[in-house]
Design a protein around this ligand. Structure first.
Ligand code: ZN
Length: 368
């Protein structure tokens, strides 16, 4: 029952490069997906006695390549999208639309994935600020997705769930396609890449659909790449590049009026009925999503201990990225083990305190 995808991607990373950072990341993803790190909970209940079940991670590596962590991210984004969907006002002449913006396929051989992503995002920035888009759309969400074809070509596209006027469908979608193509051309040029679109009319493909099924659209929007088969198709050196990026850019965005609505989201267990486990288990899942913060908190304790000993100016504690590069492998693994068990102990204690009547069980059978 462990996260086999996590084990797989960490193995792919391990063989992809000798780079110590990549190796370190592989170690972290491996540990994140271990049975001992994943738990399920029984008998959790809200203040009004509603029962629900939960699951989560004790420690999180927070890597964009980690299936366990991106799964959690997708859940969080779905929750935001559902909330906004329920509370945002829709005026006469408007509807929620599911939009897909594609770009001409690029080959992995010619262009690294990260460049490709930069190209489409620059185009999105240009497009979403255009007069046309502002006139037809008040707000929504945006997410990115890519798949890799058998010949190393990738299909990178942007999904958007947005409140639009029906004008978005005007001219049989020619208008939106025209403006999106203009934005793509701008971005291609800025990146020094020739723009070639092999559709019959030379315009990039946009898909526009009225939303009929809210849940399906939200699930489609919040999909993250977790398919290991796609990662496996990416050339190893590029995978290493992706792995070593310090801050992977935000892929999911809330824009326009929806941004304000999303900010108001403070789900109180009482206000949110039992229909959504993740709303109710927010306390648990969300704490997981700030696991790194807890890790930092936990680290601070030892940090203070160290700094108190000397009057030297406070040194910043080295990050895992630095440590896996400077420490001999054995020492690094030892450090990782310590850090993980410290955070896991803290999390176990915290969960027990918060949910005194619940029982927790890790996937390798440990009950706490
Ligand atoms: Zn992880």
């Amino acid at each position: 029952m462990k996260n086999l995808d996590g084990e797989y991607i960490s193995r792919v990373l391990r063989f992809s490069s000798d780079n110590r950072l990549v190796q370190g990341l592989a170690d972290r993803i491996f540990r994140c997906s271990e049975c001992a790190n994943l738990y399920t909970a029984n008998d959790l209940h809200t203040e009004d006695g509603e029962l629900y079940e939960g699951r989560g991670q004790l420690w999180a590596c927070n890597s964009r390549l980690c299936p366990t962590c991106t799964g959690r991210l997708a859940k969080r984004n779905r929750r935001i999208a559902r909330y906004v969907f329920d509370f945002e006002k829709i005026y006469v002449g408007e509807n929620w639309y599911f939009l897909t913006f594609t770009m001409p396929d690029l080959s992995l051989k010619d262009l690294p994935l990260l460049t490709c992503r930069s190209v489409i995002n620059e185009a999105w920035r240009k497009f979403s600020r255009s007069k046309f888009f502002k006139e037809v759309c008040r707000g929504g969400f945006k997410n990115e997705e890519f798949t890799v074809g058998d010949y190393g070509q990738y299909h990178y596209h942007i999904h958007s769930l947005a409140i639009c006027r029906s004008r978005i469908q005007s001219n049989n979608f020619q208008e939106i396609r025209y403006h999106w193509t203009k934005a793509l051309e701008f971005s291609f040029q800025k990146h020094g890449i020739q723009f070639e679109c092999n559709t019959s009319d030379g315009l990039a493909v946009c898909n526009v659909q009225k939303v009929w099924n809210q849940n399906r659209s939200i699930n489609e929007l919040c999909k993250y790449i977790t398919k290991t088969t796609d990662w496996a198709k990416i050339p190893p050196e590029q995978l290493a590049d992706i792995a070593t990026i310090k801050r992977f850019p935000r892929m999911f965005e809330v824009f326009g009026v929806c941004k304000e609505t999303a900010k108001q989201m403070r789900p109180e267990p009482k206000e949110t009925p039992d229909t959504d486990t993740y709303l109710d288990t927010k306390k648990i899942t969300d704490e997981n999503s700030v696991d790194s913060m807890d890790a930092i908190e936990a680290e601070k304790i030892s940090d203070n201990g160290e700094t108190e000993k000397s009057d030297a100016p406070k040194k910043k504690k080295p990050t895992w990225r630095e440590l896996c590069r400077i420490l001999p492998r054995e020492k690094w693994l030892e450090h990782l083990e310590q850090e993980i068990s410290k955070v896991q102990d803290y999390r176990r204690r915290q969960l027990r305190e918060k949910f005194a009547f619940a029982s927790f069980r890790t996937l390798d059978g440990e009950i706490f």
